[in-house]
Design a protein around this ligand. Structure first.
Ligand SMILES: Cc1cc2nc3c(=O)[nH]c(=O)nc-3n(C[C@H](O)[C@H](O)[C@H](O)COP(=O)(O)O)c2cc1C
Length: 312
């Protein structure tokens, strides 16, 4: 049975990955799971210099999800390369750093430096963080700014480049199409949805940054819709995420068009869930007598021209 999937020339041993920002640099997760068993780990959004992140409240549980306002706290490029990457490489993890610079130039510099390291399998360009004032979601919601940052980051990257899309737009597929035109090797969908919490006692927003990003099972139907719409318009692989907690959730994303999936918020509920899902997927494919997972990608769509469609 084949459960490996491809992103350009990068082969992921299975489609299960952990989402950026919900698995840090793998250190905490490594106490619970064997990181080498994952398709890949997307590490926390990285900037050139360390960032302290946002002040005040940072995370709040909501019905079936969380709101977060972390503000891209991270160790910076130097410590990532000297401490975090060796830790992950020693454990046999496939590492995909998440690039989250403030400016077009910072993103390009990060892509250049990171992709020069052979321990980096691919890069994910985060143009969709809702929790920072500069960069972040501005890049992901304005097609001109998006074009600029993807063009320069693509040029600077010597490894597969995945562009992480913002769901906070009316036409997410338009951004995916633009990423494909500009040479991105894959897109990931989705980052968090803009949300807000009002503290009724204080009559003020709960988060200092006022808005925050909503994730977890609460957003799953929205994320599945986004993946479906993106898959209709592009040929590059789509990495699907948003509230995945179970085998069925993962299958929904794959049938909507995802070549790989990420577990995010649910890592905070059960740090073993991503690796458990690898086994659950293998058992399900065996029961369904499907020899190659790739046959299932996009199975919920009408058959594409020039393909043989899904066969079981
Ligand atoms: C606490 C937290 C921190 C996050 N940090 C990042 C980040 O640094 N970069 C990024 O691209 N996405 C970040 N995300 C978004 C997730 O990677 C993911 O896109 C989103 O949470 C949806 O997936 P989920 O519903 O499975 O969590 C973060 C999410 C959470 C909950």
């Amino acid at each position: 049975m084949n459960i490996s999937v491809k992103i350009k020339d990068l082969v992921l041993k299975n489609p299960l990955t952990v989402a950026s920002g919900t698995a840090g640099y793998g250190e905490e997760l490594a106490r619970f799971i064997d990181l080498a068993k994952l398709g890949a780990i997307f590490t926390k959004g990285l900037s050139l210099k360390p960032r302290p992140g946002n002040r005040g409240n940072r995370i709040l549980e909501t019905p079936s999800g969380v709101l977060n306002s972390i503000g891209l706290e991270n160790v910076g490029l130097e410590r990532f390369l000297s401490e975090k990457l060796p830790f992950l490489a020693e454990r046999g993890a496939t590492v995909i750093p998440n690039v989250a610079g403030h400016s077009v130039e910072e993103n390009a510099d990060l892509c250049r430096e990171l992709s020069a390291d052979p321990r980096v399998a691919a890069l994910e360009l985060n143009v969709s963080c809702p929790n920072v004032k500069e960069g972040g979601m501005v890049f992901g919601t304005d097609l001109d700014r998006f074009t600029e940052v993807v063009t320069k980051s693509r040029k600077a990257s010597r490894c597969p480049l995945i562009v992480k899309l913002s769901p906070n737009v009316s036409d997410i597929a338009a951004f995916a199409v633009r990423a494909e035109e500009l040479g991105a090797d894959a897109v990931s969908a989705v980052n968090t949805f803009l949300g807000m919490k009002i503290d009724v006692k204080k009559r003020r927003p709960h988060f200092e940054n006022r808005v925050a990003g909503l994730s977890g099972p609460a957003i799953r139907p929205l994320a599945v819709r986004a993946v479906y719409q993106v898959y209709e318009k592009v040929r590059i692989p789509v990495i699907g995420l948003g509230g995945i907690a179970s085998l069925d959730d993962m299958l929904e994303f794959i049938m909507a068009g995802a070549s790989a999936v990420s577990v995010g918020t649910m890592n905070m509920v059960d740090p073993g869930v991503s690796v458990d899902l690898v086994g659950a997927l293998e058992r399900w494919l065996g029961d369904e007598k499907i020899n190659d997972l790739n046959e299932l990608i996009g199975a919920a769509h009408p058959v594409r021209e020039g393909t043989t469609g899904c066969s079981t």
